[in-house]
Design a protein around this ligand. Structure first.
Ligand SMILES: *Cc1c(COP(=O)(O)O)cnc(C)c1O
Length: 716
């Protein structure tokens, strides 16, 4: 029999599988080992444990009485990894030894692994976590960005500055991926100008392996070593080079490891070259024709499109395509124009560039948008790809995005749910009946829990404001004094955090600054606002919008009442969605394909106040949150913005603020609390990642793997 593992070995193993990150009890163990260091190392257990060799850990574990808890956590983890009675075992059996390979340019799993920029990545991360919980045979494929996206600081002028830090592999929960014969995996992709090589890393996300390709190796020229350094950092040439590594290289890496996917899922068009490489392998293996190989490949490929914003779709000119996909084209036996036509809406149009989204549609029999409304918009947007079909027959369905409950739910809220919801409710979050008993939670207790979380958010925010001021060398005694009373837990707190893409209109609430000042200062019914979000480094318009908000936060009438927190990431997101009263979302309809941050707020007791766009257009029922406007759009953008701005102020004045401050004798806002519960009950079961992944499995993965479709709704 093998000897028992030591405490140190156990905690190290726990820290090297991201499963810990969605187990509050395990997270608490890391925090309690060394609370100060835990914050300093950015919640990275690998870094934390570097400072705790076996002896020191033993000593600390004795002091803090951690032995039983570590042993218990370790045993729970083993049980989780070994479980065979999962949903997937029953419903995804056909995937068996041929898993779904889920390709994405970014994965937002945890703040300590910064290889994501925003919603797309967080969605991919949540997808992997739910696939793990449900026991779906699935592997992730992405890129390892050693500098990640960027850290955001705001300079004295209110302008965003970006800094990039090299991540040290040995300080991340990452290990080399190995091939069948136990050797590190190396792959290469030929271009007309030479080969690009990549090694492959492995991250363990519960039961799911995530493989990350990395070009920073000695075999490459200097230029190519930098290729995967930054997420969305380069020009179009960098972009296409990243995308051949992700798509073509990704499929080759799986082959090198002996993984034969039964389904390829392309999360957004960045990875669409994967389909070409699968076709290549089919031709190589069985000498079938290109057309036959394309048909077979399309049957096993699934595509999720994520944006109606034109700039969100990669396009490459014929020269870049020839330079980078030319060698593969030769192997496929395709002429240059035949390859180009795969990326064109009008195959023969010489003036049309090569669009990755179009390629994905042509290589995938099953395609979906990410909300019901986005489905309608996408079918209209891509109708020309199927000119012989009517709009309703365009083969793009929808599966609405959802969030991974255990990742985003505050522990205190979870404890409330544990008391009233059915046993093991967190394994059944996709069932409506599971959530109904939230009505039984007492109003007082729900409110108190919410207030606790809000207070925690506020102290976190003050701490951040202090650090920001210190770094800008602006911190005076007066300012420190002001910050220590910034934000008030009794005041209606509105959060707004997301990428500063112009269509998201972060500054909509400031269209009339006098009106905002009135709302913030209203005698018995004030509001306060917390903003966060990064602008893409090349987006001057986004940066200008951000600067405008910073300037507002600096005006006397808004100090400590409208604040901006720098460097939005998963950690900051967690604090915000768990602590705000209201989550504001005011995109220019219909450009928000889904949005997911509002879903994170729901389960924590916050209410959404949103334009009827993305997920909210199908979620809002009149009393589970608030709607801005009625969903009308206008061809003139200025008119739409001004109309939506007015609607926003109106709903705040007439509905949100009065409801929040309508208190009973115990100072409880009974009608508001009713709405909180209604939100959880009506939205919790639909807008979570378990339900989303189950939909993908039954509508897309199982049929694509050759099983029978359980649900035909996918093809609208
Ligand atoms: C959830 C999340 C997002 C996505 O938010 P949207 O509502 O889709 O804009 C972006 N960034 C982070 C860090 C998140 O946690």
């Amino acid at each position: 029999m093998a000897r028992d593992k030591t405490l140190h070995e156990k905690i190290r193993e726990l820290g090297r599988n991201l499963w810990w990150s969605w187990q509050p009890e395990v997270t608490n163990i890391f925090r309690e080992i060394d609370p100060v260091l835990w914050t300093e190392v950015g919640h990275n257990p690998v870094l934390l444990l570097e400072q705790y060799p076996p002896d020191k850990l033993e000593q600390r574990a004795a002091e803090a009485v951690l032995h039983t808890r570590i042993n218990w956590a370790y045993r729970r983890w083993q049980e989780y990894m070994d479980a065979s009675d999962t949903w997937g075992a029953t419903h995804a059996g056909v995937l068996g030894q041929r898993p779904t390979a889920y390709f994405s340019a970014e994965f937002g799993l945890h703040e300590s692994l910064p290889i994501y920029s925003g919603g797309l990545g967080v969605l991919a991360g949540d997808h992997l976590k739910s696939a793990s919980d449900l026991g779906i045979p699935l592997v992730g494929v992405g890129l390892f960005y050693d500098q990640g996206y960027f850290e955001q600081h705001i300079d004295a002028n209110g302008w965003q500055q970006e800094t990039y830090t090299d991540q040290k592999i040995e300080r991340l929960p990452i290990e080399p991926a190995v091939s069948r014969d136990g050797k590190p995996v190396l792959i290469s992709v030929d271009t007309r100008g030479g080969s690009i090589h990549a090694r492959v890393w492995r991250v363990n996300v519960g039961r799911i392996p995530l493989f990350l390709l990395d070009t920073d190796i000695a075999e490459n020229r200097d230029e190519d070593r930098q290729l995967t350094a930054r997420l969305y950092g380069g020009d179009t040439r960098t972009r296409i080079r990243q995308e051949i590594i992700l798509g073509i290289g990704g499929v080759r890496a799986l082959a090198a490891m002996g993984i034969q996917p039964g389904v390829i899922h392309m999360n957004e068009g960045h990875s669409a070259f994967a389909g070409l490489e699968v076709i290549h392998q089919r031709i190589d293996d069985d000498a079938v024709s290109f057309d036959e190989a394309l048909r077979e490949t399309a049957a096993m490929c699934v595509f999720t499109t994520h944006t109606p914003v034109p700039a969100g779709h990669d396009r490459f000119g014929a020269d870049l395509i020839e330079e980078h996909v030319g060698p593969l084209r030769d192997q496929l036996g395709l002429r240059a124009d035949a390859l180009m036509s795969l990326g064109r809406v009008e195959p023969q149009n010489q003036n049309e560039s090569f669009c990755m989204t179009v390629l994905a549609f042509k290589l995938c029999r099953r395609a979906n948008a990410v909300s019901s409304l986005h489905g309608v918009v996408s079918r209209r947007m891509w109708a020309n790809l199927w000119p012989w079909r009517s709009e309703e027959e365009i083969p793009i369905g929808h599966i609405t995005n959802g969030i991974h409950v255990s990742t985003w739910l505050a522990q205190q809220m979870r404890m409330l749910y544990d008391r009233v919801l059915p046993l093991n409710w967190y394994l059944r979050t996709g069932e409506p009946g599971v959530w109904a008993p939230v009505e039984e939670i007492s109003a007082g207790e729900l409110w108190e829990t919410h207030q606790t979380l809000k207070t925690r958010l506020i102290s976190f925010a003050r701490d951040r404001l202090l650090k920001q001021a210190r770094r800008r060398e602006e911190l005076t005694d007066t300012l420190a004094q002001q910050i220590s009373t910034a934000l008030d837990p009794r005041v209606l707190t509105i959060g707004f955090a997301r990428r500063f893409a112009p269509y998201k209109r972060a500054d909509l609430i400031m269209r009339d600054i006098e009106v905002l000042a009135e709302l913030v200062d209203q005698a018995d019914q004030p509001i306060q606002l917390i903003f966060a979000g990064k602008s893409h480094p090349a987006d001057e318009q986004g940066k200008a919008m951000l600067q405008r908000i910073i300037k507002v936060t600096q005006r006397n009438e808004f100090r400590g009442r409208v604040v901006f927190l720098e460097d939005y990431d998963v950690n900051l997101a967690r604090h915000l969605v768990q602590g705000v009263d209201v989550w504001l979302n005011n995109p220019r309809r219909p450009l928000e394909a889904s949005g997911t941050s509002g879903q994170k707020v729901v389960l924590n007791g916050g209410l959404n106040c949103s334009i009827l766009d993305g997920w909210w257009a199908e979620a809002y029922d009149g009393s589970n949150g608030f709607a801005i406007g009625s969903g009308r759009t206008h061809v003139n953008q200025d008119i739409q913005d001004s109309r939506d701005g007015d609607s926003l102020i109106a709903v705040l004045r007439n509905e949100v603020i009065p409801l929040y401050y309508d208190r009973d004798r115990d100072l409880l806002p009974q009608a508001w609390i009713k709405r909180m519960k209604r939100a959880v009950r009506t939205l919790g079961w639909r807008f979570n990642a378990d339900r989303m992944v189950m939909d993908y499995v039954s509508r897309n993965y199982v049929p694509a793997a050759g099983g029978l479709s359980c649900d035909m709704n996918n093809i609208a």
